[in-house]
Design a protein around this ligand. Sequence first.
Ligand SMILES: [Zn+2]
Length: 351
Amino acid sequence: MTTDIIYHDYFIKHKMSVGHPERPERLQTALSEIRQSPVFDGETIRLIEAREAPLDEVISLHSNEYLLSLKSMSERGGGFFTLDTSVNRFTYKAALFAAGGGLVAVDRVLDGISENAFVLCRPPGHHAEYDRAFGFCFINNVAVAANHLVRRRQLKRVVIIDYDAHHGNGTQNAFYSSDEVLYIGLHQDGRTLFPGSGFVDEMGRGKGYGYTVNIPMYPGAGHTSYRHAFEDVILPLVASFRPQFVLASVGFDCHFEDPLTNLGLTLDDISMMNNYLCEIASNYADGHLVAFLEGGYNLDVVGQASRDLVERFAGTRPQSHREEYRESKTCIDYVLATIESVKDRQEGILL
Ligand SMILES: [Zn+2]
């Protein structure tokens, strides 16, 4: 069995304004690090080309009117949706290839061609809303894949675990009324970081109530806080939900040296979270696991963390980086209280 890396050259043709942190070098650095790994031996890992997502797979997640505006802005040569989310002439196609890359990945895993996959894509997707581009995102890649698994492949239970430092507002909203897709977001508290959402009382609606789980992290949260979040809440939740497929939004901006955020994870802590993802997939989902690159703006971190993720997905143990970061007791206490609040709210639903 192998690990797929899904990629397309269109991913680096999409560019925003000069000096923008969400830049093509993020993927180039990641690919060059992955190529230096001993697991990149031509057998354990396969580099697979993404294909464009068919529009009918995207249209249930985004309005036709919005997609047309994205297409025409891109065809005109570019423009701005918000001050920090802009389009060039390749953006529309790049976004379709990113979403389509996710479809290629989940189908190959579900059909037993590969064991798991990393969609190494740009633009990212988890902030994209039904009718607007937002937070460097245009089409919600992970949501398109989850929707495909439920609607086209008839799965009943898909979990999305989003550990990007920012709340995955678009993903949450796409499945807010669904009990077939469990969204679990671990992110820096919305009172201190874009997009300002993802609080514990955002839990879903109707039959989806309880199937949106937000664990906002105090600024500075690191190893102990995240370990508690997985051990005390996420593992019990997935044991109850029993996902048939695990999707992950991985954002390496949760690292303590990311320039845009204020969390406290090291590269080894990010590997710890990847271990949990693999463990959840193998315990409940026959190993079915696909991760999507979201954010991460320190190039060295994006490179190393991508390599570590691929090494873990391929069944090996990434080397330790021995970085030093100590989170404060205040921070741990605050996160433990948040975790208790999440558990109380889930009592009688999934816990
Ligand atoms: Zn982010």
